[in-house]
Design a protein around this ligand. Structure first.
Ligand SMILES: *Cc1c(COP(=O)(O)O)cnc(C)c1O
Length: 399
């Protein structure tokens, strides 16, 4: 396979969407005012999901990649109001199971705006997809093609290829995707089994900070399109997956969706015919910035030469992303003052339930607030409902 063309140098001039330090400070005040207001009515732990941020992210995506139709990957946050918001915005949905499929359908999503994007599906789930009229699905192996053709003749399949996940926080090519040189034989096989091989999908890994992964995956995909065309089985859809990164820390640099999008857009124009349709499966990018987690300190102690603060939410609950999503968060406080390196831990009786050993925070007292922004994705979604008698945060969906 040819390698991706070299990337033109980045335009270092800040784009209008990049926040200045000034705007960031104002934003932080807005968030703190919201937290104070919410705490008058609700107890912590509290997960505030802001609809305005969901819509803002959706619009950023559409503005930067106008020809790529997003299918929101609901595993990032399946809250019904999140799903409803995206239905109102007319996005599609990426589901991984019959249960997720039924959820989005029950909320009003149209079957033709759903992709069943789990490459491994049970026979029951394929049958459910057929009954619901969800005919677009991904696949990366021959056994699955046989299974789909048996239970859903005529289904539309996108063949998922393995691509580079270099510099992505979560590698998704370890478990999914076939080698790209298998694509053509699989397309032929799908056709022979009377399925409709409609396109190629890939996923560059979650929180992908490296646009090269997308550019290279598009290059490989375009070669497969050429081969398939020559073989008389033209393809029409490219699914560029998810992975679009968000900023978790205020001071984090090197994450700029708009800049990545410019290059993705260029690569699409360069390599594909205008008639080819593009879809994507953003999860984190759509919902991460909408979430603010508000916790309070239940107890404190001094050990190992530092202050230890115990919060009412931990890794078994809304900080589950620290484990499953390999995510790090910026811990903030409403209290101001000189900062010290301190430890933060969750409420359960497990040493593993430690959130940070070096959070830079002021001295805090019982009932003080510790909050985290940009925690709407892979947080409440993977929280355990009741471990040790502790529950995930109450979710408040707000404007
Ligand atoms: C998890 C997942 C997504 C969403 O990934 P993000 O990195 O959150 O954008 C999209 N597609 C598939 C197949 C996934 O498994």
């Amino acid at each position: 396979m040819p390698i991706a063309p070299t990337v033109p140098p980045l335009n270092e001039k800040p784009l209008p969407s990049e926040k200045t330090a000034h705007r960031r400070a104002r934003d932080s005040n807005g968030v703190e005012a919201l937290i104070r207001e919410m705490m008058k009515k609700h107890r912590t732990p509290l997960m505030i999901l802001r609809k305005s941020q969901l819509i803002k992210q959706y619009r950023r995506f559409r503005r930067s990649l106008p020809q790529v139709m997003p299918f929101y990957a609901i595993k990032a946050n399946p809250h019904p109001k999140v799903i409803k918001t995206f239905i109102q915005q007319k996005t599609g949905f990426d589901v991984a199971s019959a249960e997720e499929m039924r959820l989005v359908l029950s909320l009003g999503a149209k079957p033709d705006k759903i992709i069943f994007a789990n490459t491994i599906k049970s026979a029951e789930d394929i049958i459910a997809a057929r009954k619901c009229g969800v005919r677009m699905m991904t696949c990366d192996n021959e056994s699955e093609l046989y299974k789909i053709s048996e239970h859903y003749p005529g289904a539309h399949v996108l063949l998922r290829i393995k691509v580079e996940n270099h510099l992505s926080v979560v590698n998704l090519s370890l478990k999914f995707g076939m080698d790209s040189d298998m694509a053509l034989p699989m397309i032929r096989k799908a056709k022979a089994l009377k399925l409709h091989p409609v396109g190629i999908s890939f996923h560059v890994g979650s929180q992908s900070k490296n646009v090269e992964n997308y550019l290279q995956a598009l290059e490989i995909t375009s070669q497969i399109f050429i081969e398939a065309q020559a073989a008389g089985i033209p393809l029409s859809i490219v699914d560029i997956g998810g992975g679009f990164p968000i900023q978790h820390f205020d001071s984090e640099i090197g994450i700029n969706f708009e800049r990545m999008a410019v290059q993705i857009q260029k690569q699409i124009k360069l390599l594909f015919d205008k008639k080819v349709k593009f879809i994507a499966e953003p999860g984190r990018f759509f919902v991460g910035p909408a979430g603010i987690l508000v916790t309070q300190i239940v107890g404190r102690t001094f050990r190992n030469n530092k202050n230890y603060y115990y919060l009412n939410d931990g890794v078994y609950q809304d900080f589950s992303g620290m484990i499953f999503d390999h995510c790090k968060y910026e811990f903030k406080t409403l209290r101001r003052g000189q900062k010290f390196s301190s430890a933060l831990a969750g409420p359960t009786c497990d040493s593993f339930d430690t959130l940070s050993l070096d959070a830079e925070i002021p001295e805090l007292y019982v009932n003080d607030v510790v909050y985290v922004k940009n925690i709407g994705a892979y947080s409440s979604a993977s929280a355990v409902s009741n471990f040790n008698g502790f529950h995930p945060a109450k979710i408040i969906f707000t404007a």
